[in-house]
Design a protein around this ligand. Structure first.
Ligand SMILES: NC(=O)c1ccc[n+]([C@@H]2O[C@H](COP(=O)([O-])OP(=O)(O)OC[C@H]3O[C@@H](n4cnc5c(N)ncnc54)[C@H](O)[C@@H]3O)[C@@H](O)[C@H]2O)c1
Ligand SMILES: [Fe+2]
Length: 404
C-alpha cells in the first residue's frame, strides 16, 4: 500500500511551496512536481512503494456526559501550584449552560473566540499576544472547545506559544520546530475531522494554508455527543456532509487502500444512519463518523469536491461545510451514487443550498477559482487518476463553477 499523501520530497522548506495559494483541509504534499514524478515512477514500477508513517491522537475519551471529565484530564497537567490553563472557547457559548461547566481553576484564562470568519493568522497572533500578556509563564495546557474553527484556533495557539514569530511563518508542512503546549479538544460540532487531523487551517496575508505538523495533533480529545444538542440544523447538516463527502471522496479515489476503506466505509455507514435513518443515537454516531472519516482521508485523500470548494472558499469566503455541499451537488458525473444519496439526505432534512453564487462574478475571479481548484493536484489525481488534467480541463472546471 502506497499513499501519495506521503511527501515525496521530504523538504518542507522547498521554495516552490510559495507558488501555491492553497487552503489545506488535508495533508497535501509540499512539492507537487516532485510528488507527480514519484507517482509516475511508482505507476511505471520504477520505484519501491513509500508508506506514510503518521501519528494519531494518543488519548481519547468518548461518551455522553464525558465533558465532566475534562477537569480530571487537566488536573494531571496541573503539576505545580502555579500551573494554569487556557480555555479557548467558541463565543457561541457565551451565557449558555455549558459556560457554567468549564472547569476553571485558580489563574485559568477563559478566552472567547469568534468564528464568524474562518481562522486567520492575524487573529491567532493576537490571541497568543493576549495569553503572553496575561502571564509571564506559559500555560500548562490549552482546551479548545467548539467546532472545526475553534478547534483549529486552539491548535494554532498551542503551537505558537512555543514557537517564535507569526503563525503565518509556519503555514506549510513541518515548519514547526518546537512541540506545542499540551492541548485538548472538545468538539461541539461534528464532521470536519479537525479533532484528529495534523493540520490547523489558517488564512494568512499571502495564502490560506494549514500549519501541518505532528505537533499540531491534539494530545487528547474528549468526544461528548451531548454537546451537539444545540447546533442549528443547517450547520449540523453542512458540517456533517463534510464528513460524508470525505468518505465518498476517499472511497471512490484512486489512492484507496484497505486502511482508508475500513474507516471510510464505517464512517459512511454511520452518516447514513444519522442522515437517512434518523437513528436515536445520531449525535453519538456523527461524532464517530467524523473521527473515522478523518482517519480515512489521513491515509488516502479527498477529491474533486474539496478541490472545487476550495476555490469557493478562497475567492468568495464561503465556509467549508456549506462550500463542500454546493460543490458536491454539481458532481453527479464523478460521484453518481454519492451525490444522489446526498440529495436524498438534503431533501429529508429540508436543507437549503445557496445558489447562483457565481452569477455576477467577473472573469478574473472565475479564473482565480479555477486556478485555485486545479492547483490541488493530489486531490485530482486521487479523484481521476494520473491523466486527470486531460479529464478536468479548465473549461470543464469553469462550467462546474458557473452552475454553482
Ligand atoms: N483542521 C482540519 O483538519 C480541518 C478540516 C476541515 C475543516 N476545518 C476547518 O473547520 C472549520 C469549519 O468547522 P465547522 O464546520 O465545524 O464549523 P465552525 O467551527 O466554523 O462553526 C460553525 C458555526 O457553528 C457554531 N457552533 C459550533 N458548535 C455549536 C454548538 N454546539 N451549538 C451551536 N452553534 C455551534 C459556531 O459558533 C459557528 O457559528 C473551517 O475553518 C475549516 O477550515 C479544519
Ligand atoms: Fe472537508
Amino acid at each position: 500500500m502506497w499513499t501519495p499523501c506521503g511527501r515525496a520530497d521530504g523538504n518542507a522548506n522547498s521554495p516552490r511551496q510559495s507558488q501555491f495559494a492553497l487552503d489545506d483541509l488535508i495533508d497535501i504534499p509540499t512539492d507537487f512536481s516532485l510528488y507527480s514524478t514519484a507517482l509516475k515512477k511508482f505507476s511505471q514500477g520504477m520505484e519501491r512503494p513509500m508508506y506514510r508513517n503518521f501519528r494519531i491522537v494518543p488519548n481519547i475519551i468518548f461518551g455522553r456526559g464525558s465533558f465532566n471529565q475534562l477537569d480530571d484530564v487537566l488536573k494531571d497537567r496541573r503539576v505545580t501550584a502555579d500551573s494554569w490553563m487556557v480555555f479557548v472557547v467558541d463565543d457561541v457559548f457565551t451565557g449558555k449552560p455549558l459556560e457554567g461547566r468549564f472547569p476553571l481553576r485558580g489563574r485559568d484564562l477563559l478566552l472567547w473566540v469568534n468564528v464568524d470568519d474562518e481562522p486567520k493568522t492575524r487573529y491567532i497572533d493576537e490571541l497568543v499576544a493576549r495569553i503572553r500578556a496575561y502571564s509571564p509563564t506559559a500555560p500548562a495546557g490549552i482546551a479548545g472547545i467548539g467546532g472545526g474553527s475553534a478547534m483549529d484556533i486552539a491548535k494554532a495557539v498551542s503551537l505558537m506559544l512555543n514557537n517564535p514569530g507569526s503563525s503565518a511563518d509556519y503555514q506549510g508542512w513541518d515548519l514547526i520546530k518546537n512541540p506545542a503546549v499540551y492541548h485538548v479538544a472538545v468538539p461541539t460540532l461534528a464532521g470536519t475531522g479537525a479533532e484528529i487531523s495534523r493540520t490547523t487551517i489558517l488564512t494568512g496575508p499571502e495564502k490560506k494554508l494549514g500549519i501541518n505538523s505532528d505537533y499540531t495533533l491534539y494530545d487528547q480529545i474528549l468526544l461528548d455527543p451531548e454537546l451537539l444538542a444545540g447546533v442549528p440544523k443547517n450547520q449540523w447538516f453542512y458540517t456533517g456532509m463534510d464528513c460524508y463527502i470525505h468518505d465518498v471522496e476517499s472511497l471512490n479515489g484512486t489512492f484507496i487502500n484497505e486502511f482508508s476503506k475500513a474507516y471510510g466505509e464505517k464512517s459512511r455507514d454511520l452518516c447514513r444512519e444519522v442522515f437517512l435513518d434518523d437513528s436515536p443515537a445520531k449525535d453519538d454516531k456523527l461524532m464517530m463518523a467524523s473521527y473515522f472519516g478523518g482517519m480515512s482521508i489521513a491515509y488516502s485523500q479527498v477529491g474533486a469536491c474539496h478541490a472545487l470548494s476550495y476555490g469557493l472558499s478562497y475567492v468568495l469566503g464561503i465556509h467549508h461545510g456549506v462550500g463542500c455541499c454546493i460543490a458536491f451537488d454539481q458532481l453527479e458525473e464523478i460521484y453518481p451514487e454519492g451525490v444522489q444519496e446526498f440529495r436524498q439526505m438534503m431533501e429529508k432534512h429540508d436543507i437549503p443550498l445557496p445558489r447562483n453564487l457565481t452569477k455576477d462574478l467577473d472573469s478574473a475571479s472565475m479564473e482565480k477559482m479555477v486556478t485555485t481548484a486545479l492547483n490541488l493536484v493530489p486531490l485530482w489525481e486521487n479523484c481521476l487518476g494520473p491523466d486527470w488534467a486531460n479529464i478536468m480541463t479548465r473549461e470543464r472546471a469553469m462550467e462546474l463553477y458557473k452552475k454553482m
